[in-house]
Design a binder for this molecule. Structure first.
Ligand code: FAD
Length: 527
């Protein structure tokens, strides 16, 4: 008998899952009304609240929002079975009320897990049946000072752009996705990019992929383009920061709004700054200096007022390699800290960095308290043998986790659904103007304990200098002959076939490096 292929199996599973949801819904309609509370109006919180509304039509749902706005997922495009692209839009949080979700504007400041009461600043207390905490994170800061900038929400991007309009030189510190975005977007400013690692984008890429991207940054056509205008989602009428505006409750200044949406960094391409002699805009096209294996040793802020002096630079930075730089601003992109300090460790167990620990059904250590998105750390139950998924704080995972948490709260989140959503890590993004697809354990994540000889990588790299924007990069990682992950940069069109090769766990040893030979018909392997 012919075994159904993977895609058909997934379709069958989806049909079965939606039938299961339907029966559950019937059953729930006969039970008494419960009150579910979601805290936080970023992607995780909004996806959770909407999914709860869908799964529990009879129950009351309240979303606690610290801001007047919330983030929505829009225009989802399925690239492969596990990989999707979508837009992140900003909207007024009150719009959720039209969907039957109550909105409580407020800032959560305490939790009594035994009595099931959430405390808001200002004294309001909310009783819940089940609660999901989706309070995200905020950027780590080296120092609190107007010349040290960070990025998290739409307001912070707007104020960054305003500051940089008069900047001559800036120093960027950090090496994750945000630093990569800033470095590849600030094409008209003199940027010194300081990182403690030996190559760019250490959080995402190995040395080869990083070198390829660096060459794309250097030789890609986009460096010569001038983007004059780019609208940032949610920024249309934003002249003053959201916090404290309108009817929003006062929010502690260290908590930002929701993280920005995709393409946020394109607005940075419109920022020219001024030339060193301050005579006009800086129009040079590649002003990036990269300082590897160094960290900030000391920051000297010569002028405490935010106005730049006539000459000289207001900030002097000393690096651990002994170099000194005079700059107008430091952009700090060194990671985030979770917005979980309003919850005590006694109430909910936390991970090393203060994130809320959750199990595979998104439950924290307190009964009926769930959590999702950037605020969580997946506990050890997630790293089961054979999974090709790992946690990375991304839009796609905030969406997946928020939705999955709601299904688990509603009692319809099955282990099969968990396997389906979380069996393969996937991420599609753009760096240096190139499409980047990351699949599975592409950098050997979760494979630390494996024998080195069991692991092999094959790589095929184009040359951005001669091929320009058509250059592509492909790198795969195999463990004992089975593909574990892949990095695809540029238009390779390989995401679907590689996704299937990873999930089907076929032994590919016989192919060796020819696996990446463009003349090989990879689809034929499945026959
Ligand atoms: C600049 C930047 C660029 C990024 N680029 C990418 C990218 O290219 N691709 C990608 O996949 N991901 C990217 N990310 C990551 C992605 O944005 C996050 O993983 C995702 O948005 C997290 O969603 P969340 O809902 O968990 O948290 P958030 O979006 O942070 O939302 C948390 C919400 O909780 C609220 N809140 C906090 N504390 C409280 C409280 N005590 N009471 C009530 N409300 C509270 C906040 O105001 C906010 O509304 C980027 C992030 C940033 C900052």
């Amino acid at each position: 008998e012919e075994t159904p292929n993977r895609r058909e199996a997934h379709r069958t599973f989806r049909r079965a899952a939606s039938r299961a949801l339907f029966f559950r819904r019937d059953w729930m309609q006969s039970t008494s009304r419960r009150h579910h509370v979601v805290v936080g109006s970023g992607i995780a919180g909004v996806c959770c609240a909407k999914e709860l509304r869908r799964c529990c039509p009879e129950d009351a749902i309240t979303l606690v929002s610290a801001t007047d706005t919330c983030k929505h997922v829009q225009d989802v495009v399925r690239v492969t079975d596990h990989l999707e692209r979508f837009k992140v839009a900003e909207a007024g949080v009150n719009e959720l009320e039209t969907l039957g979700i109550d909105v409580a504007k407020g800032f959560a400041c305490g939790l009594d897990a035994k009595k099931k009461v959430l405390q808001l600043q200002g004294g309001q207390a909310i009783q819940y049946s089940k609660m999901c905490i989706c309070t995200g994170g905020r950027p780590k800061k080296i120092l609190e000072h107007p010349r040290i900038l960070t990025v998290r929400d739409t307001d912070s991007v707007i104020s960054l752009c305003n500051c940089l309009k008069t900047a001559r030189r800036i120093l960027l510190v950090g090496n994750g996705g945000i630093a990569l975005d800033v470095a590849s977007s600030l094409v008209h400013l003199k940027v010194t990019w300081v990182m403690k690692h030996g190559h760019i984008g250490d959080a995402f890429f190995d040395r080869d992929a990083a070198e390829f991207l660096f060459q794309c940054l250097r030789f890609g056509k986009r460096n010569l383009q001038t983007v004059e205008k780019f609208e940032l989602a949610g920024a249309e009428d934003r002249t003053t920061p959201m916090q404290g505006r309108g009817e929003s409750p006062a929010m502690p200044s260290k908590v930002a709004g929701q993280a920005v949406g995709p393409k946020w960094s394109r607005i940075l391409e419109t920022v020219h700054g001024v030339a060193d002699d301050k005579k006009g805009p800086n129009l040079a096209s590649f002003n990036l200096e990269i300082v590897r294996e160094a960290e900030i040793a000391d920051v000297l802020l010569q002028h405490n007022d935010p106005e730049a002096p006539e000459d000289g630079f207001p900030v002097t930075v000393q690096l651990t390699n002994g170099d000194t730089y005079g700059v107008d601003y430091i952009i700090s992109a060194t990671g985030i800290v979770p917005n979980a300090d309003w919850i005590s460790k006694e109430d909910l167990k936390k991970g090393r960095n203060g994130n809320l620990l959750v199990n595979r059904t998104m439950q924290t250590t307190a009964p009926d308290v769930y959590a999702a998105g950037d605020v969580v750390e997946c506990d050890s139950s997630w790293s089961q043998d054979g999974t090709h998924w790992f946690q990375m704080r991304l839009w796609s995972q905030a969406k997946q986790m928020g939705t999955h948490a709601a299904q688990c709260m509603a009692g319809v989140g099955t282990p099969e659904a968990l396997g389906f959503n979380f069996e393969l890590f996937t991420h599609v993004t753009k760096f240096a103007g190139k499409k980047v697809v990351l699949l599975g354990l592409y950098n050997g994540q979760n494979l630390d304990e494996s024998e080195e000889g069991d692991m092999v990588t094959y790589c095929r790299s184009g040359d951005p200098r001669t091929e320009g924007d058509a250059a592509t990069f492909v790198r795969v990682l195999l463990y004992r002959g089975r593909m574990q992950g892949a990095v695809l940069i540029g238009d390779t069109d390989l995401e679907e076939v590689f996704e299937n090769l990873i999930l089907d766990r076929l032994d590919l040893s016989a192919f060796g490096p020819s696996l990446l030979d463009p003349r090989i018909e990879l689809d034929a392997i499945f026959d």
